[in-house]
Structures are given as structure tokens and as C-alpha cells.
Ligand binder design. Structure first.
Ligand code: C2O
Length: 535
């Protein structure tokens, strides 16, 4: 195993897109930021220096950070922010993982421009468990706002309204030629007829789940969230913010130019075809004058496609890569996901949007929770997060606008070391039903079941897939439905869980688990690094 050293200088840079120039916060002046390359078993050290005026942290999304939450990154959860002028070293090992993950800023909405890919190659001499590709390519999907994103969000919060949608989606930072002034901001992938490509697709968008496709070309999904899966051939993908999907594509069509395109999955039909972010899959030797073809993507409200797509994702579950689903459950949790509107005296229209899990709206602490847990500092958090909703109701019945006694708090759920946990994430019709990509830090989990309506503890568990369920770090909870996940609490520390739609995280759709130390060797949180920052 090797040590991979990276230097991330966070600095402001002027960038123009869609005929607008603005300054954005970047890593090393690049947008998207640099790719981290490592091999399974490597140690990675990223030296981050903050030359910008914002406080920030960086999260290595999907890296398990065994016993080492100090390198996980969510601000005020595992560390205090890196203030302007400060440096912090993210020092972590990549253990038992290989595949595509990504990194992003984890404070406010800074991840709008601070993000990049993490590519973890298998150990030397270990081939992929699928056709070896001739070439690999990262496709990082994102969102672009013409205005300053922090201002946009602050303004919306002051008004008590949801922030506006982005002005464009992007592929590797570029919206593509269907947008004004964007001819030169088009990502072109040159391909050779007959060759097989591995696309590492990352959804780094803030608020949109995205469909992705390539005109005339089928894709075979071989990996999701850095876990190999059973090969699944499809002409379109659904990928939620936080998720990664690797696909194989064979350049086997009439040599030409083909659009790769994204369209948001947003539960309502809107005419947006003129606003599709595109990149070009271009066969070698074809002149740039040939007009590219657009792929047929599912419509923006095609929930049925999403269901079928997700149902077809299964763990590879081979002898070499078994799916170690916890067979029995020590702790059953049911968390409701609710949006709502609360009175707000400082907001211009008197109300503000909130979100809650089990009726608790999470309040960010002033000190990092992991530090408070490790150093036994009292008064920072409590461990009385309810295992099920404070008030039970018909979750997905008629729309409810009352917030059902939602309260504020920095309440955590305490898990005993190595217990196996089953968590049902239940969408509710508070305000409106919506699809929510839930991300758990510090773990992968198995998605053992999903369904529409209310989870039925008497009937639904009988239908769970405990053989080859998909193993991921971010699960799409279906609109007006539920998802059941299982994981083993074998990673001591404090681990954030939240909806990966930034707008919902802002409103409070987040909580954290504290996993206690075990009694044996190598079962407790490692000691903090020397350069740990104070808040
Ligand atoms: Cu990718 Cu807590 O996030």
C-alpha cells in the first residue's frame, strides 16, 4: 500500500458560464476540482489550506473512515471548520473499498463549486469482475447558478421561501451547447469505434436527482456507490445527489456524434427539453459540424422508470464480493421524513420552511460533536433521538400542513458497538410527498426493501431481499413511500445522516448517530490528529 499525498488550496476564481461571469470558490482554481486517485488499501493525505473568506470543510463521500471520523469532514459534526488562513490534513486509509466515490465541501452550500471525483482502483492484480474496459472516464454532474449561491440561499431563507432552482445542470462543470454562450463550455468525450469505456458517473448536483443517457447507446451498470453490482443493461440511469454509478459503454454505433444528456427527476412534468445539460460522445474522425442526436430520457416525472431502475440494482454477491447482509436485527428504527412551515418572526412573510426526522428539526451545534463525544464534553448534544416518530399518524395519507409538534434539538441516536440496525425511512405527506436521497456517513448499508405508502411492519419485512440487496451509502426514499436499510454499527464515532438535497439539509432534514466504542482492541475511535482545529 502507498501513501497518496494531495494539496488542496481553496481559492476564489473567476469563471463564466451561460454568459455570466462570477467568482466561485474552487480547489486549486479548478472547477470541478481535481480527482483523487488511490488504490484499495492506500493511505490518502489531503493537505487543505483555506485561502478563501468562507469557513469550510471537505467530506470524502462514501469513504468509510473506520474509527477515524476526524477525517470525515461534515462541519460541526466531526470537526470545526477550516477558517480562512488555516490548514487541516485529512489523513485516512481506504480499507476494503474500491470504485468511484467523490469529495465535496460540507458546509453551507459551498459544495455547489467545491467537488471532485475519488477513483479507487482495486488492489494490484485484482481485475474488475466485468469486461475490462479499454478506457475510463469520469463524468461529474453538477448545477450552476448565475448568481452567487450563498446569497441566493440567504435571501430565500430571509424571505421564508424555497431557494430557486439552478440555472443549468452541468457535466464536468459544463452545461453544453443547448445553453446560451455555452458552445465552448461543452464537454467532449472522444471515443473509438469498437472500444469499451467505463464511465464513472457522479451526481454532485445540489438539489436534483438526474436521469442520464447517451443517444443510441446502451449502458451496463456494473457498480453503484463503489460496490460491484449484477450487470444491468439500460438506456437510461437515475442517479440521486450523493450517488455514483459506473457503467460500461461500447462504442458500437454508426460513427458520429451523440449527446450525453441529463434531465432532472422532479415528480412534476415541466417542459425543460431546451434546458438539458449535454456533453458529446464523439467518434474519432467525425467533424464537429455533424449535428449530435439527443437521447430519449424518461420524462421528468417518470416515477415508474425510477422504481424499475432501482429494483434492478442488486449486489454482485459473488464468492469474492459477498453481500454480508446482517441476517438478524438488534435494533429497529423507523424515521419519518417531514417538511413543514413554521412561524418565523425574522422572516419577511412570517413563516419559514423547516424539515424534520421523527418530528425533530436538527440544530447544528457550536462544537464538533465527535470532539464532544471523544472528550466527554457535556451539554453539546443529547442521545435521546426517538427510535420512532414522536407522534404517529397516517404518514402518506391526505396532505398535512401542521407540523405535528416538531421540536428543535441536537439529539443523537446512540448505537451499541456492532449491533445490527434496521432503519425504515418513511416519507410523509407533511407539506408534500417528495423523493429524498438519504446519505449515511461512515457506513455502507443494504437497501433490503422499498415500497409506496406506509411501511407495514406486519407484512413488508416478509418481502425483504436479504440475499443480494444493493449496498450503498445513499438511498433514494421513494416519493410517498419508504426504504428499509440494514447496517452493522461496527464503526465507532459520530456519523451524520441527512437528505442529500441541500435545500432539505438546510431546513433541518438531518440527524446523527453516535456509535459507542467496543471493548476489544481496534474497536474505539482513534486519537484525534495533532492539527485538529478548534471552533
Ligand atoms: Cu455527500 Cu454529508 O454528504
Amino acid at each position: 500500500a502507498a501513501t497518496k499525498q494531495y494539496k488542496f488550496d481553496v481559492q476564489v476564481k473567476n469563471v463564466s458560464r451561460l454568459c455570466h461571469a462570477k467568482s466561485i470558490v474552487t480547489v486549486n482554481g479548478r472547477f470541478p476540482g481535481p480527482t483523487i486517485y488511490a488504490r484499495e488499501g492506500d493511505r490518502v493525505v489531503v493537505n487543505v489550506t483555506n485561502y478563501a473568506q468562507y469557513n469550510l470543510t471537505i467530506h470524502w463521500h462514501g469513504v468509510k473512515q473506520l474509527r477515524n471520523g476526524w477525517a470525515d469532514g461534515p462541519a460541526y459534526i466531526t470537526q470545526c471548520p477550516i477558517q480562512s488562513g488555516q490548514t487541516y490534513n485529512y489523513d485516512f486509509n481506504i480499507t476494503g473499498q474500491r470504485g468511484t466515490l467523490w469529495w465535496h465541501a460540507h458546509i453551507f452550500w459551498l459544495r455547489a463549486t467545491i467537488y471532485g471525483a475519488i477513483v479507487i482502483m482495486p488492489k494490484p492484480g485484482t481485475p474488475y469482475p466485468f469486461t475490462q474496459p479499454d478506457l475510463e472516464m469520469n463524468l461529474v454532474l453538477g448545477e450552476w447558478w448565475n448568481s452567487d449561491v450563498e446569497n441566493v440561499v440567504n435571501q430565500a431563507n430571509q424571505l421564508g421561501v424555497p431557494p430557486p432552482s439552478s440555472d443549468a445542470h452541468t457535466i464536468n462543470g459544463k452545461p453544453g451547447p443547448l445553453f446560451p454562450c455555452s458552445e465552448k463550455h461543452t464537454f467532449v468525450m472522444e471515443v473509438e469505434f469498437g472500444k469499451t469505456y467505463l464511465l464513472r458517473i457522479i451526481n454532485a448536483a445540489l438539489n436534483d436527482e438526474l436521469f442520464f443517457g447517451i443517444a443510441n447507446h446502451n449502458m451496463t451498470v456494473v457498480e453503484i456507490d463503489a460496490v460491484y453490482c449484477k450487470p444491468y443493461s439500460t438506456n437510461a440511469l437515475l442517479i440521486a445527489p450523493g450517488q455514483t454509478t459506473n457503467v460500461l459503454v461500447k462504442a458500437n454505433q454508426a460513427p458520429g456524434r451523440y449527446f450525453m444528456a441529463v434531465r432532472p427527476f422532479i415528480d412534476v412534468p415541466i417542459p425543460i427539453d431546451n434546458k438539458m445539460a449535454t456533453a458529446i460522445f464523439q467518434y474519432k474522425g467525425i467533424p464537429n459540424t455533424v449535428l449530435p442526436l439527443l437521447p430519449q430520457l424518461p420524462l421528468s416525472n417518470d416515477t415508474n422508470f425510477v422504481k424499475i431502475f432501482n429494483d434492478n440494482l442488486r449486489s454482485l454477491n459473488s464468492p469474492q464480493f459477498p453481500a454480508n447482509v446482517p441476517p438478524k436485527v438488534d435494533r429497529h428504527l423507523l424515521y419519518t421524513i417531514g417538511l413543514g412551515q413554521n412561524p418565523c418572526s425574522t422572516c419577511l412573510n412570517g413563516t419559514q420552511f423547516t424539515a424534520s426526522i421523527n418530528n425533530i428539526t436538527f440544530v447544528m451545534p457550536q462544537t464538533a460533536l465527535l470532539q464532544a463525544h471523544y472528550s466527554k464534553i457535556n451539554g453539546v448534544f443529547t442521545t435521546d433521538f426517538p427510535d420512532r416518530p414522536v407522534k404517529s399518524f397516517n404518514y402518506t395519507g391526505a396532505p398535512l400542513t401542521a407540523n405535528l409538534g416538531t421540536s428543535l434539538g441536537t439529539r443523537l441516536s446512540k448505537l451499541k458497538f456492532n449491533t445490527s440496525v434496521e432503519l425504515v425511512l418513511q416519507d410523509t405527506n407533511l407539506l408534500t410527498v417528495e423523493s429524498h436521497p438519504f446519505h449515511l456517513h461512515g457506513f455502507n448499508f443494504f437497501v433490503v426493501g422499498r415500497g409506496v405508502g406506509n411501511f407495514d411492519p406486519a407484512k413488508d419485512p416478509a418481502k425483504f431481499n436479504l440475499v443480494d440487496p444493493p449496498e450503498r451509502n445513499t438511498v433514494g426514499v421513494p416519493t410517498g413511500g419508504w426504504a428499509a436499510i440494514r447496517f452493522r454499527a461496527d464503526n465507532p464515532g459520530v456519523w451524520f445522516m441527512h437528505c442529500h438535497l441541500e435545500v432539505h439539509t438546510t431546513w433541518g432534514l438531518k440527524m446523527a448517530f453516535v456509535v459507542e466504542d467496543g471493548k476489544g482492541p481496534q474497536q474505539s475511535v482513534v486519537s484525534p490528529p495533532k492539527d485538529l482545529l478548534p471552533c
